[in-house]
Design a protein around this ligand. Sequence first.
Ligand code: PMP
Length: 402
Amino acid sequence: MHSFSRAFVHPASSPIRELFKYLSDPEMISFAGGYPDKTLFDVEGLREASERAFQDSARCLQYGMTDGISEIKEQAINFMARRGVRAAPENVTVTTGSQQAFDLLLRVMVNEGDVVLVESPTYPNNIQAIRVSGARIVAVPTDRQGLDIDALERTLEDLRARGVRPKLLYTVPTFGNPAGVTLSLERRLRLVALAVQHRFVIAEDDPYSELRFSGVPVESLYALAQRIDGAADWVVHMASLSKILAPGIRVAWSVAPASIAHRCYVAKQSADVGSSPWTQRIASEYLASGRLEPRLELMRQAYGAKCRALSQALRELLPEALDFDEPEGGMFLWARLAAPVDAAALLAKGIEHKVVFVPGAGFHADEPDPATLRVSFTAHSIPRIQEGAVRLQRAWAAARSS
Ligand code: PMP
């Protein structure tokens, strides 16, 4: 009846959002969404920050600058310094979640039919965003160390031979969603060099790097690029407060070369006029209060303990059935099931046994791998995580014998 736009004739909803219908059941243990532990929200600190913010109620309630109020830009610049990134206000676009930062970047960089490179597997909402933009997705394989740079090089040569220059490469190089892996320094340097050589922009999505609970930090692509002549023109970095403060605040930002940032600013005018000055102001007050660092320390400890508890339980309960590396940070454990049970069959039985996770298929823009699954370890207490693992084992046994 209605005549929809090409991208929405057959809308494919996010595989994670699709599982939400099961979550209203209080008995359900969900390893599905990338939800922070609600007991770790700094409610008191945010209440105080809200009160301070609201002393300037007129500014909270009025329209603010499209690319962000000055206070949060200043805090964003300070925050980026901890990631080794130098930024000026004209490089920063404050956004309504980093989801919007990527959406704006697509609007300003790609035309229908352009090639956007993604790692496979990757974050499905951004596969969705690229599809909506009408760009052509070319997936590059990953291995247990993240993006396979040799494969990327071959893909780039291949595209070049056909006269195609990709516009963007989307990557989550630190504790990726879904695979939880971190790209090594050596691979990062090669990736930046390839971006310069082939003149594509790397969209570095980084909501997770502060959540490292073991291993050694690796510098961000943006920080590395700033030390290589001309390379910083080819990286856009997206940061978010969703996983380290609270997703409900919807405050994030991108840091980009000024020519890109200016265009994101213009694109944002038609997207939402500007993000809420109220929550930006609360976030600025919170970041200025110095409470983030101790809170992050609590999160790292808690998530590290949860991750170890989950890994240990899965190793004990499903030693032959599941293959995975224990993550060093972030929120996700990515595993591969041994035949004959695949992730869809396990999920079907899991729903009966009141445990859910996300099958890996939806994270692939190319060939879905039915054996993979993503298990998020952050939201529940350790006893609930252990109970969830027991239910998974039961679900697996039921799937195997059916
Ligand atoms: N990028 C990645 C890799 C994510 O995992 C998420 C959230 N799950 C986002 C972006 C979106 O986060 P935000 O809440 O900042 O929009």
